[in-house]
Design a protein around this ligand. Structure first.
Ligand code: GUN
Ligand code: ZN
Length: 434
């Protein structure tokens, strides 16, 4: 295969460690005039432009950006494809919101043409917002996952998804059975898991909508294939937590339900965890499980404030999730804007470099993909963004007052959104141009 080598010159920033572990200064690399070299879909070098250019052939193709910042592609560790059409549904908290809006909306995915249409809209929306990898809930229908993976495969995206398993406490038109969910998930795993950059996630919706038999089979699937993911929800809403106690009185608490059915592990991602206790955080950390922190959703559904400092105390892996359609934006920049406020309301801070970490390397670690995505290190996938300092008149004016990269980064996360993403690259190919 001929070597395709291209270089991108701009300011470049990436997170290289968790600020909670190494301190802020050692957590990132910043090149004011940087160069990113891409070969055959991977990053082959990163550094100061003048130094790196001296080592490269004089005729290398260079794209030079002014007033722009190159960062890794963003990673959304929790989002629902079949809720694209119901973002911003009025008035309810979690359990009523599910019954009133979510289940009817997800039922439309019984129709393959609808699933194809929404998969296309959904992927475009991810890329417009600079999200290059997401951990995605489908609906109960296998075709929701087929449509999604077909569209993701065409663009060679690194994506993870699974069909929802749900065999009780939901309308009949939207439930599977323990047995059918096992068979259908298995067929999807055989078809998609490990194909190109695609991975499968076993997806029991949450404890209340699965019988013990279904949870047992979910655990069994995880044991049958290597490197499968598991995604579900946990301790998002106080009524939900009470309901789980009623449904599983024999278990110590919510997390213990999942633990009992062997659903914890290094590729298990639990959305929300707003009401987790100290012991549960410790157990999640001990098993290498991760939490998806979903601030826009937690505000919108009135669920509560996620305790990031407690997660940090336990060295628990945390990624960032939009949780569309409980969340109100596909933009992880806007999600970080809200994450900052979650910390403010708890008398804590969220530094811009911790935010960058959560949306990139932290997400990659939650997904055990840090050798492939989340940074701009040589040898990783060339999934990266070009953020435009002049995206809006206000952003442009505000950034002229910024004195350093910390301030610039914080303003990008506070004022930024899809308009800020000038270009998105996946595996070295341009997949979105504003
Ligand atoms: N818990 C169970 N299902 C869902 C869902 O679709 N969205 C959110 N936010 N929480 C859930
Ligand atoms: Zn969710």
């Amino acid at each position: 295969m001929p070597l395709t080598r291209k270089a991108y010159r701009a300011a470049i920033l990436h997170s290289i460690a968790d600020p909670a572990e190494v301190g802020i200064e050692a957590s990132y690399e910043y090149f004011e005039d940087g160069l990113l070299v891409v070969e055959n879909g991977q990053i082959s070098a990163i550094g100061h432009a003048t130094e790196l250019l001296a080592t490269l052939p004089a005729d290398i193709e260079i794209t030079h950006y002014q007033n722009a910042l190159i960062t890794p592609g963003l990673i959304d560790t929790h989002i629902h494809l079949p809720q694209t059409g119901m973002v911003g549904a009025y008035g309810e908290q979690l359990l009523d919101w599910l019954n009133t809006y979510t289940f009817p909306c997800e039922s439309q995915f019984a129709d393959k043409a609808h699933a194809d249409e929404v998969a296309d809209i959904f992927i475009k929306e991810l890329l417009r917002n600079g999200t290059t990898t997401a951990l995605v809930f489908g609906s109960v229908h296998p075709q929701s996952v087929n449509s999604f993976f077909e569209a993701a495969q065409q663009l060679d995206l690194r994506m993870i998804a699974g069909k929802v398993m749900m065999d009780r406490n939901a309308p009949d038109y939207l439930t599977d059975t323990a047995e059918s969910s096992y068979v259908e998930s298995k067929a999807l795993i055989e078809r998609w898991h490990g194909k190109g950059r695609l991975h499968y996630a076993v997806t029991p919706r949450f404890a209340p909508t699965s019988t013990p038999e279904q949870l047992t089979l979910a655990g069994q699937l995880l044991g049958e294939y290597p490197d499968l993911y598991m995604q579900t929800h946990i301790s998002e809403n106080l009524k939900e937590v009470e309901w789980v106690k009623e449904l599983f009185p024999e278990r110590k608490g919510y997390l213990d339900v999942y633990d009992h059915y062997q659903l914890l592990g290094e590729r298990s991602v639990f959305a929300h965890g707003v009401h987790l206790c100290d012991d549960e955080c410790a157990r999640l950390a001990e098993t290498g499980s991760a939490i998806a922190f979903c601030p826009t959703s937690n505000f919108f559904l009135g669920s509560g404030l996620f305790n990031l400092p407690m997660a940090e105390k336990h060295k628990l892996n945390v990624g960032l999730g939009t949780d569309v359609g409980g969340g109100t934006s596909f933009s992880l920049l806007q999600t970080l804007n809200e994450a900052y406020k979650v910390m403010q309301l708890q008398g804590a801070r969220l530094s811009p470099f911790k935010s960058l970490y959560l949306a990139t390397l932290g997400g990659a670690r939650a997904l055990r993909l840090e050798d492939k995505i989340g940074t701009l290190h040589a040898g990783t996938d060339a999934d990266f963004l070009v953020l435009d300092y002049n995206a809006t008149p206000l952003l442009s004016y505000r950034l002229k007052q910024a004195n350093n990269i910390a301030e610039t980064l914080f303003v990008l996360m506070t004022l930024g959104d899809d308009r800020t993403v000038l270009q998105t690259y996946a595996a070295g190919k341009l997949v979105h141009q504003r």
